[in-house]
Design a protein around this ligand. Structure first.
Ligand code: THU
Length: 268
């Protein structure tokens, strides 16, 4: 391997380290993260985000890819992972991008025609400072997020934005795969981004389902949301009607909590 490639790899692994730390893995202790490199050398990260119900885990690669898609970017050229890359993640990226992937070492892969890692440029920042006062403005942003949905399976776009108490906003949209078990909803996409990028004080999620003005979060998203943000307010677009507003905890009463599953001393 050429020395510049070794230096690039080392630099991407250094960028990866804080995202491994942010992984939420109180059930398995498998703190994992990946960085996806985009065609201009920029990059985006995704951390592993577990959930008490185990099967709703957001794997790091799906978390990173869905964050990129919500930012309007699908031009992934490489992935650097904190752990040896598993076959499932290779297949996921192959299906999502419609190209083949090649491992250049156990924790780095290239996609499609990419022959080498690019020198990393600025990271993609998947959140913005905002000052949203009116519900219409939050819902309009959720509608814009829905326009980024990757929906070759359902043609059913969903978008959301989450606001933090300190004035940041991050988007989520649904990102589909021909492997339906790897489809991620808009809400979980946004939550995965928040955890990866270190946001904890979430105040409100605006949600837009342009093809179904009576849409509400699916059970899987409710389960994941309640673990991280039971007090978050959800504001759902109802088209010409008044938005429907409810707290996450009221959407999923008597929910399953992982309290007795977690290792001691871990909390969100
Ligand atoms: N979907 C969401 O994004 N959020 C929900 O709460 C319900 C469902 C997505 C998943 C899939 O891409 C499509 O809508 C059809 O279920």
């Amino acid at each position: 391997m050429k020395s510049d490639q070794a230096a690039i790899m080392a630099s991407l692994r250094r960028h990866l380290a804080p995202f491994v730390e942010r992984a939420y893995a109180p059930y398995s202790q498998k703190k994992q993260a990946v960085i996806l490199q985009l065609s201009d050398g920029s990059w985006v990260a995704g951390s592993r985000v577990e959930n008490a119900s185990y099967s709703l885990v957001i794997p790091a690669a799906i978390n990173a890819f869905s964050t990129a898609v919500a930012m309007g970017r699908k031009d992934v050229v490489a992935m650097v992972a904190s752990d040896p890359i598993e076959r499932e993640d290779m297949l996921y990226l192959e299906r999502a991008m419609g190209v083949s992937v090649s491992l250049i070492c156990e924790d780095v892969l290239l996609l499609g025609t990419a022959r080498q890692l690019l020198k990393p440029t600025e990271p993609l920042i998947p959140y913005y400072p905002v000052n949203i006062q009116r519900r219409e403005d939050g819902l309009r942003s959720a509608g814009f997020a829905a326009q980024q949905a990757l929906i070759p399976e359902s043609y059913f776009p969903v978008g959301c934005v989450v606001l933090s108490k300190d004035g940041y906003m991050w988007p989520g949209c649904n990102v589909e795969s021909s492997d339906w078990q790897r489809v991620i909803c808009a809400e979980r996409n946004a939550l995965g981004t928040a955890i990866t990028y270190g946001f904890k004080n979430w105040s409100v999620m605006y949600l837009s389902c342009p093809k179904d003005p009576s849409g509400t979060p699916c059970g899987a998203c409710r389960q994941v949301m309640i673990e991280f943000a039971p007090d978050m307010e959800l504001v759902m677009d109802r088209g010409l009607e008044t938005p429907f507003v409810i707290k996450v905890r009221d959407l999923l009463p008597f929910s399953f909590t992982g309290d007795t599953l977690k290792s001691e001393g871990t909390s969100f």
